[in-house]
Ligand binder design. Structure first.
Ligand code: UDP
Length: 236
């Protein structure tokens, strides 16, 4: 399978057409951004690590019955995925208070939540991905009730599966963001990525951060954290 014209360039990935209209190729970059693009940088080796980790997690989800866009890993950075239209929602699941949750509600980072929570943001960079009330999703026809139910069910199931796998490798899953796509026949599938860019991973014992917060907060050891996650999950 070969890359044809570039369809899209995002902050961390490029998407290319292929000769098959139902497939595209995602190419992961080392570029990193935070705070809606205000902070920019490079995390050496990130693209390859996020490609490997995402594909691993996507395959685990498939095995457990959650449909995904994953088709085939082509190389270090490139993966064939199903061509989908992305549902313009950022789906965030939280197990432990951190980041914007801690800030918004004044709950100290690291406080375990009474139960996992789900929230939705409007995927729109110009607006800074604003938080959505459920009714606003239907008012703007971003998803139907049925689609949102499917997305919610899948997202909580991903949480349980990921949490269980990660804790076996000494990693606590604090929170994460998912995106879903719609295939031409209207099926909802898990899309985008599952990586240290989009999840908060803490060492279960020391609570050391093993994710993009090291970049966002200028903590140093960013590359090492990504490599550590690759090592813990895939033994590489
Ligand atoms: N997240 C993401 N992309 C975004 C916003 C959040 O991948 O545009 C992830 C983030 O890495 C974290 C989770 O979603 O794992 C929750 O992020 P939060 O709402 O706390 O926002 P942040 O503190 O990152 O601004």
């Amino acid at each position: 399978m070969e890359k044809r014209e570039q369809l899209y360039e995002g902050k961390a990935k490029k998407v290319f057409a292929t000769d098959d209209p139902n497939l595209c190729i995602v190419s992961y970059k080392d570029d990193a951004t935070a705070f809606n693009g205000l902070k920019k940088g490079t995390i050496l080796g990130k693209g390859a690590i996020n490609n490997r980790l995402t594909n691993h997690f996507m395959q685990q989800m498939e095995k457990a019955g959650i449909p995904t866009h994953f088709v085939e890993e082509l190389s270090d950075r490139d993966t064939v995925v199903k061509r989908v239209t992305i549902v313009p929602l950022e789906v965030i699941i939280r197990n432990v208070a951190a980041g914007s949750f801690s800030k918004r509600y004044g709950v100290e980072e690291g406080t375990p939540l009474h139960e996992p929570s789900i929230e939705f943001s409007y995927k729109n960079d110009d607006l800074g991905d604003p938080l959505l009330a459920e009714g606003h999703i239907y008012a703007m026809a971003l998803a139907t009730r049925e689609e949102l139910k499917t997305i919610t069910d899948y997202a909580f199931k991903v949480n349980e599966l990921l949490k269980a796998e990660l804790i076996a490798d000494g990693v606590e899953l604090i929170d994460f963001k998912l995106e879903f796509g719609k295939t031409p026949d209207g099926k909802i599938v898990l899309a985008d990525e599952i990586s240290p860019d989009t999840c908060r991973f803490w060492d279960a014992k020391t609570h050391e951060k093993l994710d993009k917060d090291r970049f966002r907060r200028d903590m140093g050891g960013v590359e090492d954290a990504y490599r550590e996650m690759l090592h813990r999950i895939l033994g590489e």
